[in-house]
Design a protein around this ligand. Structure first.
Ligand SMILES: [Fe+2]
Length: 184
């Protein structure tokens, strides 16, 4: 996979936008059609969040001295959203209550991505050099590349703990290779 030369902030804003669009699409689908869109939403969220966990959060802590508590607070918010997603996936999608849960979840994601953009990305941008931001972007793209075999997985499969652990390991290795490649 060709690695990007985009900065991490550009890549994450792009992916946040995509996630918000997918959420809107899911909400607009009928009960019969919602399944594949909800599966896609779960894949996008799991891939994005795991890749962020391995690239954005450590980079933020490395470049912004004394700001670990900010990163930890936004990361805890992300964990809460993930737990909520697992609950949502277990709900009956034909029940009207599912629509309400979905709307609440969308607000949670909008709030969380907004926090990440304001509290982490804007701050990281002012502390890391252009080249560092590109380097972190490369790591993020490498992590996402390790998730490409997931494209057929449904929500339940992508959210399973054992799958998430295997995905995190594969992404961690891909990030390590990207770090090694950029040092040669
Ligand atoms: Fe994010």
């Amino acid at each position: 996979m060709a690695l990007s030369e985009q900065r991490i902030n550009e890549l994450l804003v792009r992916d946040h936008e995509r996630i918000r669009t997918t959420l809107e699409q899911v909400e607009s689908m009928s009960d019969e059609a919602i399944g594949p869109y909800f599966d896609e939403l779960c894949r996008e969220l799991v891939h994005h969040e795991t890749a962020e966990e391995l690239t954005l959060y450590p980079a933020f802590k490395e470049h912004v001295a004394g700001a670990d508590s900010i990163a930890d607070a936004v990361s805890a918010e992300q964990d809460k959203a993930e737990a909520r997603l697992a609950e949502l996936a277990a709900e009956d999608r034909t029940n009207p209550a599912f629509r309400q849960s979905l709307a609440v979840f969308r607000s949670l994601v909008i709030e969380h991505t907004g926090h990440e953009e304001r509290a982490l990305l804007k701050v990281l941008e002012t502390h890391a050099s252009f080249d560092d931001l590109v380097e972190i972007g490369r790591r993020y793209e490498a992590a996402l590349g390790a998730a490409s075999q997931d494209q057929q997985l449904d929500a339940d499969a992508v959210l399973r703990i054992d799958h998430r652990d295997a995905l995190r390991d594969a992404m961690r290795q891909a990030v390590a290779r990207a770090v090694g490649a950029s040092r040669h």
